[in-house]
Design a protein around this ligand. Structure first.
Ligand SMILES: C[S@@+](CC[C@H](N)C(=O)[O-])C[C@H]1O[C@@H](n2cnc3c(N)ncnc32)[C@H](O)[C@@H]1O
Length: 195
């Protein structure tokens, strides 16, 4: 149960998303027109939907496709429904809130056009195989629960799953101690670029 604590929110640690928007996406989009993106341990969907909102500043939603996976099938079901309490939206920029959410009673529903950008699948980071050739992998606030041995294996597997020049975005307490040993360079704090 501790492993599947689903706590999440939109734009969690907002300053990190500003780095994704202003530095990482412009570089990735200069290198490739269409990006392959994975939100690993996506919980109830706030994270992949945030990725879509941030990327929508650069490209139309109709050309965005994000893979979102989690171990917990209940979390995935909630993500697909896409209804959230106000506290999950505390960090959402006003223009995004206006554009992509509708208030229903005391809850907010995320728009269908944002939902359509995300494909949810059940996936166990510790047991299942990874796709490859990602431009961006976002994996935040889950590795803290894993052993050092599991983290070590996952950093190697994330590296293999990225294309050269692709980036891994980690949680705010999850800096990689020795990124070079996994073939990563530091692109910014919490962003690791595959060498
Ligand atoms: C605290 S939430 C993080 C959600 C989101 N990434 C964020 O940062 O807001 C942790 C998520 O990791 C998932 N999780 C735990 N163990 C996992 C595993 N072995 N494989 C995939 N997901 C896992 C849980 O189900 C939970 O939804």
């Amino acid at each position: 149960d501790r492993m599947t604590i689903n706590v999440s929110e939109f734009y969690r640690n907002k300053q990190r998303w500003d780095v994704l928007e202003n530095k990482i996406f412009p570089r990735l989009l200069a290198e490739r027109k269409s990006l392959k993106i994975w939100s690993a341990a996506s919980s109830t969907g706030e994270e992949p939907y945030t990725i879509a909102m941030v990327l929508s500043k650069y490209i139309p939603l109709s050309s965005i496709s994000i893979l979102a996976t989690d171990l917990d099938s209940n979390a995935i079901e909630k993500a697909k429904i896409g209804i959230y309490p106000e506290r999950s939206l505390n960090e959402v920029p006003v223009e995004m809130k206006k554009k992509y959410f509708t208030l229903e009673g005391t809850y907010y529903r995320v728009s269908d056009e944002i939902k359509k950008t995300v494909t949810f699948k059940q996936h166990n980071l510790l047991a299942d195989s990874f796709e490859s050739n990602f431009d961006l992998i976002v994996c935040r606030n889950v590795l803290i629960y894993f052993t050092e041995e599991a983290k070590d294996l996952l950093y190697h597997k994330f590296n293999s799953a990225l294309r050269t020049g692709g980036t891994l975005f980690v949680g705010s307490t999850e800096q990689i101690f020795n990124p070079q040993s996994y073939n990563f360079t530091i692109e910014d704090t919490f962003f690791y670029k595959k060498m």
